[in-house]
Write a protein that binds this ligand. Structure first.
Ligand SMILES: C[S@@+](CC[C@H](N)C(=O)[O-])C[C@H]1O[C@@H](n2cnc3c(N)ncnc32)[C@H](O)[C@@H]1O
Length: 414
């Protein structure tokens, strides 16, 4: 049966629960409508923005008929229907944004991992604005930089971005660029701004460093120098916060073997190295060659950190020994079944999982659960205020005492 597309249709709707991805669910004529710019409990007029057929379509709330008590005026002039796709919750109080994220994390854990646990999303210091230290902008037809509209290639040119660190975007917003190029901006731990332009030159993608290039960051009691456009946490308080929680929960034994998977430049490896001491060993696995060389340089005073350059899913199978602790911080897709199975095969006593996508975390927790491990603790942080993103840190341990998992000193594997 073919049904006419709802795209462009406008109707009133009662807004229901929040869903993962920065929208809420409304049910209309037997279909699910994912509504952006609305809050649970509101009555709104929506306009359907995308309908690919099937059981759901996407819509924007274009008029609020009965507002929720948590609704506020967005501080950004380009936050709203059809405008910048960068933020999702500018129209909610910061407290309610965290409540929405907590509901999403709890729902993902329940649905994908069968875990019923109360979730609290904690604020990081600094408030909901002026926190973003890294951004990727695109250049519109007129040569001015901006962000893409939600689910669209359309460029929304901007004069400012209130969630970004003040003045971070000034070097890219104060001039014109080649239309179609992308601009990566990083404000580092010393407030230096780094700008790289990514564009097509004679059919090939080229990166041109416009300003800076080597970032300085300060976290976990160390100074780091790294590629300004390589991975580093976006929120200024995030690296220290996650390193502290990961360290507290890892409890790596002195002289022990531990793994830091998806290590970046070795933020967690540096903390773990302090715990295992000079007689222990931290194996840091990272696929980015530049991150590995930056990490080797940054941690050259910690010879117990051994770097392995390559993809975790391949390297992990060849790693010798049985780590007592594994810390992993995979990209959005999560670690996946094969990596989780490789971890549990070595029976670590503790696994600390740092996750930027609660759905991927929940899927991986389900795999841990099927292999004799359970979620022991979970903390969630609002490391991306105004957006739907949320960072979780999970401690995973063997289900039974004396089951999979071991602890204590070991011989380094060399
Ligand atoms: C979320 S970042 C974590 C970095 C580091 N833990 C930190 O907090 O700074 C994920 C890292 O994993 C790396 N990565 C992505 N996929 C990978 C893979 N399959 N194998 C190894 N590293 C990977 C990325 O280059 C990135 O540095």
């Amino acid at each position: 049966m073919t049904t006419a597309s709802w795209a462009g249709r406008s109707f009133e709707a009662e807004v229901g629960a929040v869903a993962h991805g920065g929208h809420c669910v409304a049910r209309v004529e037997g279909r699910v409508v994912f509504v952006r710019h609305a809050l649970p409990g509101e009555r709104v007029r929506v306009e359907v923005t995308e309908d690919k057929g099937g059981s759901f379509c996407r819509a924007d709330a274009v008029e609020v008929l009965e507002p929720a008590p948590e609704r506020v005026e967005p501080p950004c002039p380009v936050a709203g229907p059809g405008l910048c796709g960068g933020c999702d919750w500018q129209h909610a109080t910061p407290e309610f944004q965290r409540e929405l994220k907590a509901r999403v994390v709890a729902e993902q854990l329940q649905r994908l991992a069968g875990l019923d646990i109360p979730v609290v999303v904690e604020a990081l210091p600094g408030g909901p604005l002026d926190w973003r230290t890294r951004a990727r902008l695109v250049v519109g037809k007129a040569g001015r930089a901006g962000f893409r509209a939600h689910h669209s290639h359309r460029v929304i040119e901007i004069d400012d971005c209130p969630i970004s660190v003040p003045a971070a975007l000034e070097p890219v917003l104060s001039r014109r660029w080649r239309p179609g190029s992308e601009l990566e901006v990083t404000s580092d731990g010393d407030g230096q701004i780094h700008v790289r332009e990514l564009g097509m030159v004679r059919g090939k993608r080229r990166a041109r460093q416009i300003q800076g290039g080597l970032a300085v960051q300060h976290a976990a009691g160390r100074d780091w120098k790294l590629d300004a456009h390589g991975f580093w946490q976006v929120h200024p308080a995030a690296a220290d916060t996650f390193a502290e929680v990961a360290g507290d929960w890892a409890e790596a034994p002195e002289g022990g073997l531990v793994w830091d998977l998806y290590a970046g430049v070795g933020l967690f490896a540096s903390v773990l190295a302090g715990q295992v001491g000079p007689d222990g060993e931290v194996v840091a696995v990272e696929s980015g060659r530049r991150a590995v060389s930056d990490g080797e340089r940054a941690l050259s005073d910690l010879p117990q950190v051994r770097w392995r350059s390559g993809r975790v899913e391949h390297v992990i199978r060849e790693l010798p020994g049985s780590p007592s602790v594994v810390v992993l911080d995979p990209p959005r897709a999560g670690a996946g079944r094969a990596v989780v199975e490789s971890i549990v095969e070595r029976a670590p006593a503790r696994v600390v999982y740092v996750a930027c996508d609660p759905a991927a975390l929940a899927r991986d927790l389900a795999t841990f659960g099927a292999h004799g491990y359970r979620l022991e603790r979970l903390r969630a942080f609002d490391a991306f205020p105004m957006t739907h993103h949320v960072e979780c840190v999970a401690l995973v341990v063997p289900k039974t005492v004396g089951g999979p998992g071991h602890d204590g000193p070991r011989e380094p594997t060399g």
